[in-house]
Ligand binder design. Structure first.
Ligand code: G1P
Length: 286
């Protein structure tokens, strides 16, 4: 089963990351030296995805398009300094995928943001990445989820166990376990009160969705926080064509807030041979 397109919603004020997000879009802030959108596009491309559709708010399309587009001035400067390695890396970023931006004029929730990609996606199944969620895994999560979609024909969400404190801010599911990594979803609730939550299993920002979701989203009323919730639309497909959970391995970090982003930067740097030893020595001296 091939999934060719991924939607990455990045509109939003980045309120958890103010004041820096007054001027810089949240998902362009560095996770060590590259933004989370870069990590997500890499994960998508590793699973065979070619087209990336960013959902941005007015004014954000410039920075995103610039990051993923060719930069002749920069490339000429690197070439004239004979910095071949960096030049190659910069060209690779511009060639990673076909990147486009759709504007979300009103902030009506995640479901509404996904609906903005309807025309670009058309009638094929597609992936969704929430770039606040960075997953460090040897086997790319989205690739495994595409396999689950291929085997079942259903919608697929990534799942992880969360603490009681986090339950009221997540999409929470009830499941029937199929195997170590797969489950069938029996119920989904967006941002439930802890006492109403069906479990501590939360949806993490990776989805594979069938195109029917667009029709459903169009008629999904506002839910939690008065917003059109993607979880509510997916829940309507629990019977048909079914919703499945993928219990991913590896480490998940929320880079949508300063502390999470700092931790992710440390994680990223510790994976880098050129700086890991230096960082480890500094950290152990704190
Ligand atoms: C969104 C989804 C939620 C999911 C979460 C994962 O919530 O609505 O179901 O658990 O992402 O990060 P948000 O963080 O946008 O409030």
């Amino acid at each position: 089963m091939t999934i060719r397109k991924a939607v990455m919603p990045v509109a939003g004020f980045g309120t958890r990351f103010l004041p820096v997000t007054r001027a810089v879009p949240k998902n362009l802030l560095p996770v060590f030296d590259r933004p989370s959108v870069h990590l997500c596009v890499e994960e998508a491309v590793s699973a065979g995805i070619e087209d990336i559709i960013f959902i941005v708010s007015e004014g954000q399309d410039g920075p995103i398009s610039r990051y993923f587009g060719p930069q002749p001035g920069l490339e000429n400067a690197l070439a004239s300094r004979n910095n071949v390695e960096l030049l190659e890396q910069m060209r690779e970023i511009a060639e990673m995928a076909n990147v486009s931006c759709s504007i979300q004029n009103e902030q009506k929730g995640l479901g509404h943001a996904i609906l903005m990609a309807r025309e670009e996606v058309g009638d094929e199944a597609f992936a969704v990445f929430l770039p606040d969620d960075v997953i460090w895994a040897d086997i790319p999560t989205i690739g495994e989820m595409i396999e689950v979609h291929g085997a079942t024909g259903g919608n697929v969400v990534a799942l992880e166990e969360v603490s009681d404190t986090d339950v009221p801010s997540k999409g929470i599911v009830a499941i029937k376990r199929i195997s170590e990594t797969r489950s069938r979803i029996l119920d989904m609730v967006e941002k439930p009160a802890l006492e109403d939550a069906p479990s501590n299993l939360a949806v993490v920002g990776r989805y594979v969705l069938t195109a029917e979701i667009f029709d459903t989203l169009q008629y999904t009323p506002a839910g939690a926080l008065g917003e059109i919730q993607l979880t509510d639309a997916i829940a309507r497909h629990i019977e048909s064509p079914g919703v499945y959970g993928y219990h991913f391995g590896g480490e998940h970090q929320d880079v949508g807030n300063p502390l999470g982003a700092l931790k992710a930067s440390v994680t990223a740097a510790l994976k880098r041979q050129d700086v890991a030893d230096d960082l480890r020595a500094w950290l152990s001296g704190l």
